[in-house]
Write a protein that binds this ligand. Structure first.
Ligand SMILES: Nc1ncnc2c1ncn2[C@@H]1O[C@H](COP(=O)(O)OP(=O)(O)O)[C@@H](O)[C@H]1O
Ligand code: SF4
Ligand SMILES: [Mg+2]
Length: 486
């Protein structure tokens, strides 16, 4: 976390928040979708924190969890906490997280227990995760959502005046006259007029509906708005109008925004700082200008290189990502991004399943004719628990040493080819005692943690870990690393 000076005005602090959705089939539980998987960040009063990432990375789930529209599976959400208490909470929660990251699991020791003793009453008093539904409804006065789809978020059977008045009626003790007066003021603030009060949502355009949604959200003077793709359903020309209104409203009222969008240009225009999400995790967080011009994480680099550059003379190194976004129900080991990362290291999370097809290809006799002297491959079996791959032949080979030498030579060749980094994760080749196969053992993957690489600039990538922490320096792909890092 940053220096104390910057922590003074933090209004929202989210730590290690997880939201897992169970996958059920009939009565059977078939695992979980890790929609949000250990997210930590804080937001200062009056600023806009942008959250960006491809569809499905967990932005909406994160926004809904923070508002407690859905319950978190784990983690704490601190909002509306007195300044000094917030500083103390951030310090304690950060220390606890650091201890847990070092241990790599929620394995408590005395240090963590001491911290927890202090934290438990604070969590109980302040964390939204621990509040009852009734207490959460009270918090809605100061935190409100604005959703993407103004069509479905406005009740079609209600007049605009009643839609806007709803939160005031539910959450304040304002009189009907006061509510009516305030509704008229709000409409003029967002560029509509009093006549519009007596119409139904279907009589308005998408942009106007989004204005109505905004008027409703700000009617009770919230301190925080969670805006989830507020302009993504609108035409580009209308988008700009709504974004300007949002900026004006924020300037006038000093509201803090959590601004969710998959549109990089919208995020750049609106945000003071930006968090980039990939498969349920924040992979990079920095001030907007810094993020867009001096990004650290390979995923951010790839994501931003996809933006069209207006000046054709400006050369941008385009990074094309290979493969699909993996499923959050079965994310890759280690760094979730490793199967698509153009600069992945051997420790980035290569697991037996990443090697099964490349090993089949390796045994293709057109690719590696020298392997023709070995018996034909019978089966390649991956064992994720043991972090190993077993290869069996249809018959026994002549000599263990000869076989191991030969396989080692071919693996060495594969390592030097494009995409060969996964072969660098091979630690050991162990021949079977029956000489009819061998086991490949992989090195243990590391899990990158979101760390402050430069003041205020956080990234979660093993490229930025201290070199002495690399357990396999002989495998380090220094050339690729140097070409990519700045
Ligand atoms: N209610 C739910 N039940 C099960 N899975 C869900 C639910 N809501 C979202 N998901 C899954 O969680 C992941 C993140 O979704 P979402 O938060 O909507 O991402 P984004 O807003 O970034 O597009 C997706 O894989 C999505 O399918
Ligand atoms: S840790 Fe960094 S280098 Fe390794 S796969 Fe992830 S993003 Fe790429
Ligand atoms: Mg979404």
């Amino acid at each position: 976390m940053e220096s104390d000076k910057n922590q003074k005005d933090i209004v929202l602090f989210v730590t290690n928040v997880k939201k897992y959705f169970p996958i059920t089939s009939g009565f059977r539980n078939k695992g979980v979708v890790k929609a949000v998987d250990g997210v930590t960040f804080w937001v200062r009063e009056g600023e806009t924190l942008g959250i960006v990432g491809e569809t499905g990375c967990g932005k909406t789930t994160l926004g809904r969890t923070i508002l407690r529209l859905i319950d978190p599976t784990e983690g704490e959400i601190y909002y509306d906490v007195p300044g000094e208490e917030m500083e103390n909470i951030i310090k304690l929660e950060t220390e606890l997280q650091e201890i847990r990251d070092r241990k790599n699991e929620n394995q408590n020791d005395t240090e963590a227990e001491t911290l927890l003793k202090e934290l438990i009453p604070l969590r109980k008093k302040y964390s939204l995760s621990k509040k009852s539904n009734r207490e959460i409804i009270q918090k809605r006065k100061i935190m409100q959502p604005v959703f993407q789809d103004p069509f479905s978020s406005l009740d079609p059977r209600k007049l605009v005046k009643d839609i806007i008045a709803e939160p005031m009626k539910l959450l304040t003790d304002m009189s009907n006259e006061e509510i009516e007066k305030r509704t008229a003021e709000l409409l003029s603030e967002i560029g509509l007029n009093e006549d519009h009060m007596y119409r139904f949502p279907h009589e308005f355009s998408g942009g106007q509906r989004q204005r109505i949604g905004l008027a409703r959200a700000i009617s009770i003077e919230p301190k925080l708005l969670v805006l989830d793709e507020p302009t993504s359903a609108l035409d580009v020309s209308v988008q700009a109008q709504i974004l300007n209104i949002l900026k004006d409203v924020q300037e006038r009222r000093g509201i803090t925004y959590l601004f969710i969008s998959h549109h990089l240009s919208v995020i750049r225009m609106m945000s003071d700082r930006v968090a980039v999400m990939y498969l349920g995790k924040i992979v990079e967080l920095a001030e907007t200008d810094r993020l867009f011009t001096d990004m650290l994480h390979p995923y951010t680099k790839a994501l931003l290189s996809a933006i069209p550059v207006p000046d054709p003379k400006t050369k941008v190194e385009r990074v094309v990502l290979e493969g699909e976004i993996p499923s959050p129900s079965d994310p890759p080991k280690g760094c979730h991004f490793h199967p698509r990362c153009p600069v992945a290291l051997p420790v980035c999370g290569w697991s037996p399943r990443d090697l099964s097809v490349p090993l089949q290809t390796m045994f293709d006799q057109f690719r590696n004719p020298e392997l023709a002297i070995l018996p034909e491959v019978n089966e390649i079996v991956v064992d994720e628990d043991e972090n190993s791959v077993e290869i069996s032949f249809v018959s026994a080979f002549k000599s263990n040493d000869e076989m191991v030498d030969l396989i080692n030579k071919v693996i060495e060749k594969e390592r030097s080819l494009p995409n060969g980094v996964r072969f660098k994760a091979i630690k050991e080749i162990i021949p079977n005692s029956t000489r009819d196969g061998f086991t490949i053992k992989l090195i243990d993957p590391k899990v990158p943690q979101l760390r402050e690489i430069r003041p205020g600039h956080f990234a979660s990538c093993l490229l930025y870990d201290a070199p002495e922490s690399s357990s396999q320096p002989e495998f380090a792909d220094v050339g690729r690393q140097a070409a990519y890092s700045r």
